[in-house]
Design a protein. Sequence first.
Length: 254
Amino acid sequence: MSQDAVISRLRAAGCVFAEDEAALLVGEAGGDGARLESMVAARVSGLPLEQVLGWAWFRGLRIAVAPGVFVPRRRTEHLVELAVEHVVSGAVVVDVCCGSGAVAAAVRVECPEAVVWACDVDERATACARVNLPGGEVVTGDLLSPLPRDLAGRVRVMTANAPYVPSDAVALMPPEARDHEPRTALDGGTDGLAIQARVIAEAPRWLAPGGALLVETSEEQAEGTSALMRAAGLHVRVSRNDDLDATVVCGLRV
């Protein structure tokens, strides 16, 4: 199948960036016609491009992504930017609700002196995270529960891209997300803050003095996220990156 034929099929399926996607699919197929046909069919069926390719670009890294695993968004690069600012030599960093492990992988590349942990409740996600964080500490379980107890009070930086889409809004998301990514990675409860609230409530006992909890949220939900952090005794500031359409609430243990 020619690249032009791939473009035509993707356009007919409603892919807005058909030319760019076709180039990626053809390149990934590497001349294997049967594989290209399979990949195009999967994309046309609605599977996210990154899950079809098996990887996504994130902060300059090629992150492995499998079907059924949340695809890292570019906006989450702001979470990495802020985490890196707080890392010191030998720091313990924990990425909770890690998904594919994109945040943990990026932090470890940019701060090789850090000790990075990643955890998620979904075994498919942690399987990807182990690929993206080779030799790293990846554990499976509910929020912070799978972490070793001796990390309590020693975590310098905790990042969380917990699900924050309100339950009623999940149906309004693009079909690539709502139909092909796990609902547990999207649905944040009635107000979108239910999972964040649990992370924030648990975080202070894990954070070292001066440690930072960084939670990705939406611009509209930032005040709610901030209120949860204040209630947990954290010193709060909100960081906004308009270029990435990214909002992160930062809570410091003082």
